[in-house]
Design a protein around this ligand. Structure first.
Ligand code: PEP
Ligand code: MN
Length: 264
């Protein structure tokens, strides 16, 4: 994979000089919830609406997502608000269904990036399409695995790419849910400066009271965008309740962030 400005031209569709903001619930729960949040995020600085339909849970027994029915809700939210829709895909069937339902942005989750077979299957299913694909870092701090995911998509002809930095899991207990290890994302950015870099303070912190601080740290490092989980009733969310913020709080956070001028 060579540096290629084609990888970042898609960003221009969404923003002028501001960071790209992707927001929406961790999980799509009901049609009403999807529509409620989308309506509140319309006419804000949010450019892309996210909602997980299939939720990869580390341990069984948690909410594993509403499944394909959620795609219909997202289509409705897109028609009503005009917001492009983003979902997580973890296999070729997910990709096929996402394509059939006109989902605009697909992201590969941290538990999928660790699996080259799964990433390759997704890359093959996407070959020949024009979709934007974002690759989260793997759960473990392995830069090659992260880059390998990007390369598999790039080699399949997917050129509208980006990476999401969501932090890394550790055995040690820290104030973070997933420690940032900023230097890893910076190294990736130095090697591929054309690859858009998006910070995910929600999954890095695991706590809504730290989102603002970590989002600002990402912007201080010149990240191109942020993904922030946003829910109409965060405390009652069916997944990741501790880290989601309300649309009102998201707007406050976004207006408090200081965006550095790019020097390059
Ligand atoms: C998510 O975005 O809700 C998610 C499951 O994230 P990750 O893959 O970073 O754990
Ligand atoms: Mn989540």
């Amino acid at each position: 994979m060579e540096n290629n400005t084609e990888m970042r031209t898609w960003l221009d569709e969404f923003k002028a000089s501001k960071p790209l903001i992707i927001a929406g619930p961790c999980s799509a729960e009901t049609e009403e919830q999807v529509m409620n949040i989308a309506r509140q995020l319309k006419d804000s600085d949010v450019s892309i609406y996210r909602a997980g339909i299939w939720k990869p849970r580390t341990r069984p027994g948690g909410f594993e997502g509403v499944g394909a029915i959620g795609l219909k809700w997202l289509q409705k939210a897109k028609t009503e608000t005009g917001l492009p829709m983003a979902i997580e895909v973890a296999n070729a069937t997910h990709v096929k269904l996402a394509l059939e339902h006109d989902i605009d942005v697909l992201w590969i989750g941290a538990r999928t990036t660790v699996n080259p077979f799964a990433v390759q299957e997704i890359a093959d299913a996407l070959a020949g399409t024009d979709k934007i694909v974002l690759i989260k870092n793997p759960v473990n701090p392995d830069l090659s695995l992260w880059l390998g995911g990007v390369e598999r998509l790039y080699n399949a002809g997917i050129k509208k790419l980006g990476v999401i930095h969501r932090g890394f899991s550790t055995y040690e207990k820290t104030k973070y849910r997933n420690i940032p290890e900023w230097q890893l994302a910076i190294e990736l950015h130095e090697r591929f400066p054309d690859l858009p870099l998006i910070g995910d303070p929600s999954h890095i912190t695991g706590r809504r009271d730290m989102i603002q601080e970590v989002a600002q740290q990402a912007l201080n490092l010149n990240y191109d965008g942020l993904m922030i989980e946003t829910h109409n009733d965060p405390e009652k969310a069916w997944s990741d309740a501790a880290q989601q913020v309300t649309p009102a709080r998201l707007k406050e956070i976004l207006s408090s962030l200081i965006v550095r001028k790019k020097t390059d």
